[in-house]
Design a protein around this ligand. Sequence first.
Ligand code: PMP
Length: 383
Amino acid sequence: MPQDPFDWIDAQHERLRAAGLVRTLRPRSAGADLVDLAGNDYLGLTRHAEVVEGAAEAARRWGAGATGSRLVTGSTALHATLERELADFCGFEAALVFSSGYAANLAAVTALSGPVGSGTLLVSDEGNHASLIDGCRLARADKAVVPHADPEAVRKTLAAHGGRALAVTDSVFSVDGDAAPLAALAGVCREHGAALLVDDAHGLGVLGRGGRGALHAAGLAGARDVVATVTLSKSLGSQGGALLGPARVISHLVSTARTFIFDTGLAPAAAGAALASLAVLRREPGRAERVRAVATGLYERLTAAGLTAVRPDAAVVSVRAPSPEAAVRWAADCRERGLAVGCFRPPSVPDGVSRLRLTARADLSDEQLAGAAATIVATAPGV
Ligand code: PMP
């Protein structure tokens, strides 16, 4: 009998099962039978009539798929309009859209860590999102992982290196919802002539005036030494990602970023939906304020009831659970009562601390907010 080439998977799966780490997929229902504090539809735009129509109209006009790489047949007038509008809205010179935020981050880190042989150092916050970490892994550059949200550590690392460098950070960290000290980081980078790359996946639509993002809020939008990435899949309720920055950086990525060149362009429907969302956001800037108020309201209600949570800097509220098992049970109990919440446990969280991850939404009423908080408190382990 020839050897079974996948027998190692059974053994590994058994180890995951024994550790309670097997993940399964559960289709969500299309109805509104659950209050959703687990998804990232922060502004409640994914089902907005204008956004759905933006997607449908784009598909009717341009087709269901992009048909090819952006460099071949995958660029439409819609892509160019979306890039112009994203750059204008967020205050950057230019933008480039990708099929996902993940692809945008891989592109940003790899393409900006050059030129090969220049000795560029990537300085990466230890709490960064997996897509930035993977970008660092793919990049042919030296890496330094620095303590979380610590500009002083970045300063020391840059000073010790002394050469070309790119500092990489999330603007709002996806697990705990805390914000990076962007102004201080930019200051440190400037002192050392380093560039700063900020993943604003959780800032766009939530932070800054009318949701223009964390870079706009920090006065860094449009700076010559700062590049941002965003996702179209959270606040904008669509799918896809983008890089925002100086025009010369964007031109460089068009010619060198492998996840741009070798990937099929963003689907027209996703571009149409994101454009429609930006139009809604321009008209209704209060959505950004509302999502922040809902996050703070959740935090205040939960901590007043004795739970331990991280004060939210944006839409994500992280609530401590005593153990991985308790976190899983807590989330299941919430679901049984009609509330979907996220549940993070090791190894997704390297610090070993399990938590519920709640995402605030601008379209949540005060009654729904109070009801959701009451459910979380009523089901809390040991409360
Ligand atoms: N960066 C951060 C901080 C994220 O939370 C996510 C989504 N989980 C991404 C990037 C990836 O974006 P996308 O889902 O568009 O690939």
